[in-house]
Each structure stands twice: as structure tokens, then as C-alpha cells.
Design a protein around this ligand. Structure first.
Ligand code: ADP
Ligand code: MG
Length: 721
């Protein structure tokens, strides 16, 4: 029964089994007697062991609990860490708020700048609109900024109180956790002391296994304690760190707050100082406003006065202008009169002579030299040796062979410019073929003749008269061949043109379909000349021959308008390269050649007759006798001016034609001047106050008249039958 009981014990634990086995190996008799004290000892031991095992179990449970507590502590620690993280987040927020506070401080700085600007502007001299606007806008802004800053300040303070509350709660939690941890620590120390007692008991009992296990437990506990110590140290340091950060944040926030308060106080001060300035400005503004209200009336008054003054000045200027205009017109009339007088003195029809040089490859130079000679003292005289007899011809001017194109042009340029003043001018080149007519009128590209020089002169003369006068220069080119007109600038040069009377009843003639080009530059002129030459060349087989049997006319119209006076002028310059004047023996010519000769003869005779009638002031001038004179009717009659350039060849073979040309020239020149002009001239010549020039011209005219009368009487020569 007992053995069974022991066996039950052995079932409870493996350790007890070891003690029971020797008992079973002993015989039943021995067991009863010898082992009685041992059994009692064994019972005691077993009961002690039972107690120990119970203690161990209790210790294990305690250890588990401790483990549990330790885990609990760890959890708390994690919770604390989380709290620390949250606090860190709070700190970050606080830092952000601090940054915002710094930003506000910057804004306050801006406000202060604004105030400074305001004060500076207040110190500036008053400018009505500008100052008023600035002050109003700036003060409103300042107030707004102040209100915002105060609101922000309020929000910051609220946040700070919330933070403080949070801090207090956290501190309470910390205290509680510290309290619980101290309780735990106390419990642990009591447990440990109990364990130590147990251990010492176990050691005293000599059980090494138990001692070993207990020592292990102690080691664990030591480790736990160490870990807890570390944990606490960490918590402590974290706590310190937290306190430090909170402290710093608090200090910073406080300093920021202080700064904000200071700024606010500054702003308030500035506002207070600005108020008087604002009052002054408002006062000034009101004053200026009153002035501005009065301004329209003052302005109106000033404008009325200014208008009156301006009207008065305009009236004065206008009367001065009228006076000037009157004087100008008087001067213009005087100028025209003087010009007319000069032309009258020179003769409305001037006859010049140009002797061309001997060209290379022509007859013996020595022989030629003797045929045409000049008077070194008188540039109006020319001598021609004809059949051993020296003939003297007196003209308005004689150009010797060496005369340049420029010299020739200088003599005619006053005529050219007179068409700007509204005169009609005709310049003819007369002479036999090969005498230099085309050279004088057109010239050569490197040394241009009258045509191009005249247009150049017109361009420069009209540009000088700008801006008062505005001129338009137009050009036409016409050829008269066999009494028909050809438009040399038209699309069809073979088209024949007609001369018609203007339908407006003005008695003016015009050529329907005649092409006119407006020219403004030398390039324009050259283009026009090239087109004219091209058209002239396409209309004939031999240009040289053809050109000698037709008249080429360059008609330049100069129309001017004076914008200040409203005065208009229109002058025409006709530059005519006449057909060759050589006589064709009727017996030698036939067919078309005879017709050409007849036409040329007719037109040149008609020209002579017209000039004759004009100079003699005949009531009837036979303009209609030829196309040439009919076309130039406007430019030959009235107060128009004519210049005849008689071209002479120096060659001996041309002497008889030269004589004819010069006789024609003298006939034109010697036309009797009308009685009224004559009587006036006589009256003028008897006057004592004649100028030297005037005297010279008068003497020349008298001399010339006498000579021509004598010539006419003696020869009774009729030019061209
Ligand atoms: P026209 O037109 O009267 O028939 P041109 O003008 O054709 O005569 O002249 C005939 C020739 O004489 C041309 O070769 C021309 O170059 C030359 N000539 C005419 N006059 C002069 C002058 N003043 N100087 C030089 N050569 C001239
Ligand atoms: Mg010619």
C-alpha cells in the first residue's frame, strides 16, 4: 500500500523516481527492519522535494508573470515612443509655426517699410492726385495687415495654450507610468528577496539542480533589471530631450511673440505718427479739391483769353501775310516785267550761230579755216569767205568751233528757266544736214546737249522752289515727217496724230492721243529719250537719212502750284531739231525724195514767215501753213520766247548752204520791230539814266536795224521761194 503511494509520488515527477528505485531493489524483510529510518528520512525528503517543486512551479508562474509585465513595460515603452514621435510631430508643427511667425515678422517689416515710404511721401511736396491715392491705399493696407497680424497672434496664443494643455496631460501620463514602474520595481525586489530566500534554502538543502535553475532565474532577472534600467535611462533621456525641445520651442515662441508684440507696438506708434500727416494731407487734399473744382472755370477763362490773344495774333499775322503776299505778287510782276523788258531788249526772237569743228577725215583743215572766221573783238560777228568775197554776218551771238556744250547751254539757260515762271519757249536748231543740229540738241552720251541739260536744270530749279511751289514736269516726243505728226513715246509710232482746237473755246490747241510722261530724275529722262529714239528708228529704214528729213520735237511742260498763294503757272519748252535745210534741186529729186524736199521747204519757209509776222506784229500770223508752226502756235505767239540756233559747217563744200543758213538767220533777226517798241526805245535812248547794258543793247539794235535795212534794199532778197 505504501509502495503504491510512493509509486504515485514517482508518477508526479521524474526526480522522485530516482529516489524510489533503491527501495524497490531491497528484499521485503530487509525493508521492514533496516530501512525503517531511511524510509522516514525519504518521506521527509520527498515532502521537502514536493514543496520545492511547488515552489519552483510558483516561481515559474511568477517568472511568466514577470515576462508578461516586461512585455507590458515594452508595450508602454512603445506607447511612450509613439508619444515621443507625436511630440516630435508637435515640435515640427511648432517649428512650422515659428517659421510662419518669422514670415509674419517679414510682413511686419514690409509694413514698416510701407510706413517709411508713407512718411517719406508725406515729406514730399504735395501732388494732388498721387499723394492722395497713395496715402489712402497704404493706410488701408497697413490696417488690414495689422488686423491680420493680430488675428495670427491670437491663433498662435491659442495654439500655445493647447500645446501647454497637451504637455500637462503628457506629464501626468508620465508620472503615472513612473509610479506604476516604481510599484513594479518594488514588487520585483520583494519577489527577488523571496526568491533569494528560497534559493538559500535550496542551497542549504544541497540540491544543485534547483540551485542551478534558481541562479538562472536570477541571471534572467538581472538581465531584465538591466534592460529595465536601460529602458528607464532611455526614457529619462527622452524625457529630458522632450523637455529641452519643448523648452526651446517655448522660448522661441515667446521671443517670436515678443517680437510680434514689439512690431505691433511699432506699427501702432507709426500709425499714431502717421495720423497727423494724414490729417495734413487730407486738409491739403480738400484744399486742392476745391482748387480743382475751381479749375474748369479758371481754365475756361484762360482759354477764352488765350483764344482772344491768338485771334488777335492770327489777325496780325494774316494782315502781315497779306501784305507780304501783296509785296510778293508785286515783286513777281516786277520780275516778269523786268524779264520781259530784258527779253524785249535782247529781242523776243534771238538768233545764235554755232560753227561745228572739222571732223576727222573731212577736207583739208587749212582750207577750211579760211572759209569761216570770227571777230576776236565781237562775238556776234562771223565772216564767211564765199567765192573770194568775205561776207559778214551779224547775229546775237556766234559760238566758234571750240565752244563747248556747256558754254552753249549757259547762253540758253535763262530761256529754259523762264518756262518755270509760265513762259512758253521754243529753241530751234536750224542748218543743213551734218552741220551739228543733233549734236547741239541731243549731244553725245558723254557730253549731252541742250535737251538733257535743260531738263536737269529744270529739276534743280524746281527743287529749289520747294516747298512753296510744287511742280510737275511732263515730256512728250513728236516727229513731223512729210507734214504728219508721229507720237514717238506711244505704243504705235506709225500712228498719225492730229492737231485740234480745244473744245472749251479757249482757242488752245492740243494733240489728241499724244503720250506724256512725267519725269522726276535723270534716269527718267534717259528712259524717255531711249524710247523716243527706238520708236523713231523702228519707223524708218535708215535713221540718219530719215532724221535729216524730219523735225524732232521734245515738248516739256512745267506746271507749278504755290500752295500758300494758290498761284498756278504753266510753261512749255519746245526743243526742236529741225530737218536739214539744204536745198534740193528740183530736177535731181523725184518721187518720195521730192515730196520730202517740198515738205521740208514748206515747213521751214512757214517757220520763217511766222517769225517774220510775229516780229513785225502783223495782225495775221500764218501758223496754219505748216504742221510745225501750227503745233508750236502757242509757244511762238504772245509773250513767248524763241531762240534759233543756226548751225554752220566750216567745210568749203558746204559754203553755199552755210550762206543760205546765215541769210535765213539774218532775215529772222532783222524783222522790223513794231513802231510802238521803236518809239519807246528812242525815248529810252534819249534818257540820261540808261544803264551801260541797256545802252550797249540799244546801240547794237540801232546798228543792226540800219544794216538790215541796207541789206534788204540792196538785195531785195526773198528767202526761200
Ligand atoms: P545734223 O544733226 O545737223 O545732221 P550732227 O549733229 O549729226 O548734224 O553732226 C554731224 C557730225 O558732226 C556728227 O558726227 C557730230 O558728232 C559732229 N559734230 C557736230 N557738231 C560738233 C561739235 N560742236 N563738236 C564736235 N563734233 C561735232
Ligand atoms: Mg541730225
Amino acid at each position: 500500500m505504501k509502495r503504491r503511494q510512493y509509486f504515485l509520488y514517482t508518477k508526479k515527477t521524474k526526480i522522485t523516481t530516482l529516489f524510489i528505485i533503491p527501495l524497490l531493489c531491497v528484499s521485503p524483510n530487509q525493508r521492514t527492519e533496516e530501512c525503517k529510518p531511511c524510509v522516514s528520512q525519504l518521506f521527509i525528503f520527498c515532502s521537502v522535494m514536493l514543496h520545492l517543486s511547488q515552489d519552483v512551479e510558483a516561481l515559474r508562474g511568477e517568472l511568466c508573470r514577470k515576462d508578461e509585465e516586461c512585455r507590458e513595460q515594452e508595450r508602454r515603452l512603445a506607447a511612450l515612443e509613439q508619444q515621443v514621435q507625436e511630440r516630435t510631430g508637435v515640435i515640427v508643427q511648432l517649428q512650422q509655426q515659428l517659421e510662419e511667425a518669422a514670415q509674419r515678422r517679414q510682413e511686419l517689416q514690409l509694413l514698416r517699410d510701407g510706413e517709411e515710404t508713407l512718411s517719406r511721401q508725406a515729406a514730399l511736396p504735395l501732388q494732388v492726385k498721387y499723394v492722395t491715392k497713395t496715402v489712402e491705399v497704404e493706410s488701408a493696407q497697413s490696417k488690414q495687415a495689422l488686423i491680420e497680424a493680430q488675428a495670427h497672434n491670437q491663433a498662435l496664443q491659442e495654439q500655445l495654450s493647447v500645446q501647454r494643455q497637451l504637455l500637462r496631460e503628457l506629464e501626468q501620463q508620465l508620472h503615472e507610468s513612473q509610479r506604476s514602474s516604481s510599484q513594479l520595481r518594488q514588487q520585483l525586489s520583494t519577489d527577488r528577496s523571496r526568491l533569494n530566500g528560497l534559493l538559500s534554502k535550496a542551497v542549504g538543502g544541497g540540491n544543485t539542480e534547483v540551485t542551478h535553475r534558481l541562479s538562472k532565474i536570477l541571471v534572467y532577472e538581472g538581465e531584465m533589471e538591466r534592460a529595465q534600467g536601460q529602458l528607464e535611462a532611455e526614457m529619462q533621456s527622452l524625457e529630458e530631450e522632450k523637455n529641452r525641445v519643448i523648452e526651446e520651442a517655448f522660448i522661441r515662441a515667446e521671443s517670436e511673440m515678443k517680437a510680434v508684440h514689439e512690431n505691433l507696438a511699432g506699427v501702432r506708434m507709426n500709425l499714431l505718427t502717421l495720423q497727423p500727416a494724414l490729417r495734413t494731407l487730407t486738409c491739403d487734399y480738400n484744399c486742392l479739391k476745391r482748387q480743382v473744382q475751381d479749375f474748369p472755370y479758371m481754365l475756361e477763362k484762360a482759354i477764352t483769353e488765350a483764344k482772344q490773344e491768338i485771334c488777335q495774333v492770327i489777325g496780325e499775322v494774316s494782315s502781315a501775310n497779306q501784305e507780304l503776299l501783296r509785296k510778293y505778287k508785286r515783286e513777281m510782276n516786277l520780275r516778269k516785267k523786268c524779264h520781259n523788258e530784258l527779253v524785249r531788249l535782247k529781242g523776243n526772237i534771238r538768233v545764235l550761230c554755232r560753227v561745228r569743228p572739222v571732223c576727222a577725215g573731212e577736207t583739208d583743215a587749212a582750207d577750211t579755216k579760211n572759209k569761216v572766221t570770227f571777230d576776236p573783238d565781237d562775238d556776234a560777228v562771223l565772216y564767211l569767205s564765199n567765192k573770194g568775197k568775205l561776207m559778214t554776218f551779224e547775229l546775237d551771238k556766234v559760238f566758234p568751233t571750240q565752244a563747248t556744250q556747256e558754254e552753249v547751254f549757259q547762253e540758253v539757260q535763262s530761256l529754259v528757266t523762264s518756262c518755270i515762271d509760265g513762259f512758253n519757249v521754243c529753241i530751234f536748231a536750224y542748218g543743213q544736214t551734218g552741220s551739228g543740229k543733233t549734236y547741239t540738241m541731243e549731244g553725245v552720251p558723254e557730253d549731252p546737249g541742250i535737251n538733257q541739260r535743260a531738263l536737269r536744270l529744270l529739276f534743280s530749279a524746281v527743287s529749289e522752289k520747294k516747298p512753296d511751289w510744287d511742280y510737275k514736269i511732263t515730256v512728250s516726243m513728236v516727229e513731223i515727217y512729210n507734214e504728219t505728226l508721229r507720237n514717238l513715246l506711244g505704243d504705235n509710232p506709225n500712228e498719225k496724230l492730229d492737231i485740234k482746237m480745244c473744245p472749251d473755246g479757249s482757242g488752245q490747241l492740243y494733240v489728241p492721243g499724244l503720250t506724256e510722261f512725267t519725269v522726276e530724275s535723270v534716269e527718267d529722262i534717259n528712259k524717255v529719250f531711249d524710247l523716243g529714239h527706238m520708236n523713231r528708228a523702228t519707223a524708218c529704214t535708215n535713221l540718219n537719212e530719215h532724221s535729216s528729213r524730219s523735225h524732232a520735237l521734245l515738248i516739256v511742260t512745267v506746271a507749278g502750284f504755290n500752295s500758300s498763294t494758290g498761284h498756278r503757272t504753266s510753261g512749255k519748252l519746245n526743243l526742236v531739231d529741225l530737218a536739214g535745210s539744204e536745198r534740193i534741186t528740183k530736177s535731181g529729186a523725184e518721187g518720195s525724195r521730192l515730196r520730202e524736199a517740198q515738205c521740208i521747204n514748206k515747213s521751214l519757209s512757214a517757220l520763217g514767215d511766222v517769225i517774220n509776222a510775229l516780229r513785225s506784229k502783223h495782225s495775221h500770223v500764218p501758223f496754219r501753213n505748216s504742221r510745225l508752226t501750227y503745233l508750236l502756235q502757242d509757244s511762238l505767239s504772245g509773250d513767248s520766247k524763241t531762240l534759233m540756233m543756226v548751225q554752220v559747217s566750216p567745210l568749203e563744200s558746204n559754203v553755199s548752204e552755210s550762206v543760205c543758213s546765215l541769210k535765213f538767220a539774218q532775215r529772222v533777226r532783222s524783222v522790223e520791230i513794231g513802231p510802238s517798241s521803236s518809239s519807246r526805245r528812242q525815248a529810252e535812248s534819249s534818257s540820261t539814266s540808261s544803264s551801260p547794258t541797256h545802252d550797249g543793247v540799244e546801240i547794237k539794235l540801232v546798228k543792226f536795224r540800219e544794216k538790215m535795212l541796207k541789206y534788204n534794199l540792196e538785195n531785195n532778197l526773198k528767202f526761200r521761194e
